[in-house]
Design a protein around this ligand. Structure first.
Ligand SMILES: Cc1cc2nc3c(=O)[nH]c(=O)nc-3n(C[C@H](O)[C@H](O)[C@H](O)COP(=O)(O)OP(=O)(O)OC[C@H]3O[C@@H](n4cnc5c(N)ncnc54)[C@H](O)[C@@H]3O)c2cc1C
Length: 464
């Protein structure tokens, strides 16, 4: 028995579950407690790799009965490390990867342990696709529950805009089927409200016909002028084109000429999800902004947008997320100055032009409340020496604040451990109150609190 565990032993737990129970002495424990980001050396009492919804229900009940903190893990890309805890229970969904595709109906049921790349590859076998984020190893669970902003955001909206239904295990261990008619309040809340409301075991998505895209990387020299012009082109481009402009020192990658390494570039990740010949015309003005440092834009099958990730890469990073109403000339000068002033080995200001399908959904239709904002701006720094954390954090904070235009805001999926006020920034206006009321209905004791927590109405904020 582990501390605080009332009347249940690990052998008994093993016998009750179809999934795998991993204890600190077991082979694979260290790998199972490792997240994408480095810097979290947390040792859970037990990690349960659940196999189905009834396993999930059992583990949720165990957490409720024992009072041990419950961390929920999908793809393990939590930025603040919420999916692993010291001394608690980790409910790990990563072995739940069943997928059921209806090619005629263009819908998919997918278990929540899949990654974006796994889903994308499976759907592509039927010429179908769904928009996730920029990285293939991110879990569809965490990404979808926070909204999901990626390569198809302007064409098809957020990932949640294609969510039709979900199966959720709530704090009392009940397995609920949600959609617009059944538990509509909870269905609203899980579309942007994060992991606050229960464990999603599977999602039902609408998917779209998509075969080839014109996509990949375009690297341009970064100056205030090129950054400003890039954003203007991205805003004027048809909705088929979604872009992520990473302004950063050129990394020492083989496809970048050596003399460019360390110089500021716009490393743009682009995806034109339409006829690729038309796409060539749309990307031509970007290529013409300056002589490209590298041009890897090409027609490709959609899944190639996710090149394989390095399994052993676990960077330590700080960051700030925001939405802004514009990136003006003064802002582009600030971007260059701040990036040049940082001493972090790698630092980035990422500009994502939004709009299109995402902006056509009303702000109160889901718990993602930033639909009218024109751009998302994420500032990040990767560092090695833990003693330097405060310095890089202050740089990220200062840079983000200097770029703010319009009300402060946050994308919940890019928030770090930044305090209650910043979680409020993720849920503007009435959204916060609605979420807190729904939380009080479905999780009144705040069992699901290792997340960007929205406490139930009446419970103190920040209480863990
Ligand atoms: C390298 C990198 C690139 C990224 N790029 C993008 C991007 O382009 N677009 C974008 O929108 N986001 C992006 N993100 C953010 C990402 O969406 C979040 O970090 C997300 O929470 C990761 O989900 P996960 O399942 O991998 O993480 P996990 O660490 O497994 O989970 C994170 C949290 O989500 C909740 N959660 C996860 N699965 C479930 C579930 N099934 N039921 C209930 N709660 C659950 C839990 O609260 C958990 O603590 C990126 C993150 C990283 C690290």
């Amino acid at each position: 028995m582990f501390p605080g565990l009332v009347g249940i032993s690990i052998p008994q737990l093993r016998s009750e579950l179809r999934g795998r129970v991993i204890e600190p002495d077991d082979v694979g424990y260290d790998e199972a407690r490792t997240l994408f980001y480095g810097g979290f050396d947390r040792r859970p009492a037990v990690i349960v790799r659940v196999a189905d919804a009834s396993d999930v229900s059992r583990v949720v009940t165990l957490a409720r009965e024992t009072g041990l903190p419950l961390a929920v893990r999908g793809g393990g890309h939590s930025i603040p490390g919420h999916s692993v805890s010291d001394g608690g229970i980790v409910l790990d969904l990563s072995e739940m990867k069943a997928i059921d595709i209806d090619p005629q109906g263009e819908t998919v049921w997918a278990e929540s342990g899949m990654t974006a790349a796994e889903f994308t590859n499976a759907a592509a076998a039927h010429g179908l696709a769904l928009g996730f984020g920029d990285t293939g190893s991110v879990g569809i669970g965490g990404l979808t529950l926070g909204g999901g902003v990626g390569y198809l955001v302007r064409k098809h909206g957020l990932t949640i805009d294609d969510l039709l239904a979900a199966e959720v295990v709530t704090a009392d261990g009940e397995i609920l089927q949600l959609d617009a008619e059944s538990h509509p309040d909870l269905f609203w809340a899980i579309r942007g409200g994060g992991g606050n409301f229960g464990v999603v075991t599977r999602f039902r998505f609408r998917v779209h016909e998509l075969d080839m895209v014109l996509g990949g990387m375009l690297l341009l020299p970064a100056t205030p002028e090129t950054i400003h012009a890039f954003i203007a082109e991205a805003e004027a481009a048809p909705e088929e084109l979604s872009t992520m402009a990473n302004v950063m020192p050129a990394p020492p990658m083989p496809f970048i000429p050596e003399e460019q390494h360390g110089k500021l570039v716009i490393l743009a990740l682009m995806c034109y999800a339409g006829d690729t010949e038309a796409g060539e015309k749309v990307v031509a003005p970007f290529r013409a902004l300056a002589t490209p440092v590298a041009d890897m834009l090409k027609p490709m099958p959609y899944p190639e947008i996710y090149p394989p990730d390095e399994q052993e890469y676990h960077p330590t990073a700080v960051g700030r997320t925001s939405f802004v109403d514009e990136v003006d000339r003064a802002a582009t000068e600030t971007i260059v100055e701040r990036l040049e002033a940082s001493t972090a080995p790698m630092r980035v200001v990422q500009l994502r032009v939004l709009g299109g399908a995402m902006a056509r959904v009303p702000n109160d239709a889901t718990a993602f409340g930033h639909r009218e904002r024109r751009l998302m701006v994420n500032v990040g720094a990767i560092y090695e020496d833990p003693e330097e954390r405060a310095q890089h954090d202050a740089w990220a904070h200062g840079t983000s604040a200097a770029l703010q235009r319009g009300a402060t805001a946050a994308y919940v999926n890019f928030l770090g451990e930044e305090g209650a006020a910043r979680i409020h920034d993720a849920y503007p206006g009435r959204t916060w109150d609605r979420l807190a009321q729904i939380k009080a209905r479905y999780d009144p004791t705040n069992l699901f609190r290792l997340n960007q927590n929205v406490p139930p109405t009446g419970v103190e904020e920040g209480a863990r």
